[in-house]
Design a protein around this ligand. Sequence first.
Ligand code: 13P
Length: 215
Amino acid sequence: MTTDELDKRQAIIDACRRMNALGINQGTSGNISLRHGDGLLITPTSVPYDVMTPDQIVFMAMDGSHAPGQKPSSEWRFHLDILKARADVNAVVHAHPTYCTILAIMGMDIPPVHYMIAAAGGDSIRCAPYATFGTADLSGHAVRALVDRLACLLDHHGMIAIGATLDKAMWLAVEVETLARQYHGCLQIGKPPLLSSAEIERVRQRMAGYGMSEG
Ligand code: 13P
C-alpha cells in the first residue's frame, strides 16, 4: 500500500471520529468515501469508529467490485453513483445529524433562510424522496437531489455532503446541520422570510472570491 493510500484511509477514519465528536453523527450510522485512483476508498459497514483500522477501509472499483471478505458500507451504492456522476467531487460524507434528520423526517427542503445556504451550491438544500437504505432507488434519489448542489437531505434518514476534498465535504456537513438547526428554530416562531434566488447567486459568486468556494 502506498503512503498516499494509507494517508487517505487514515483521513477517512479521522473524519468519521470527528463526525461523532462534533455531534453530527451517532454511533456507526454514517459513512465516508474518498476517490482513489480508478475507484474509491469507503468505510466498512457497522464498525465502530474508535476501533476502525486503515486495513478495514474498502477499496472499491467503479463497477462496485472489491476484494472478497471485505465489507463496504451498506450505502456504497450512493457513494459510488455520486462519484461516477460528479467529476467535481472527490469526497462523500453521509451522516444522520439530528436537525437535518428532523427536517428530513418531515420531508422538508431547507429554503434560503440564511446566506450560507449558497455554500451548498444554490438557493435550497433538497430533501430526496425516501427509499430503503442501501438500495439503488435511494442512490438514484440522492444523485438527483444533488444536481447543481453539494448537499441534500434524505427523507426519513439523514444528510449527504459532498466536496472536492474530504475537508470541504466535512466542513459543509457541519454547516448544513447548522442551517437545519437555524431553520428548525425559525419554524418554532413562524414562517421565516427568505432570501431571494438572485441574492443567493450573488453570495455564491462572492464566496468563490472569498475562498469559501464550493466543491
Ligand atoms: P454502514 O454502517 O453500513 O455504513 O451504514 C449505516 C448507515 O448509515 C445506513 O444509512
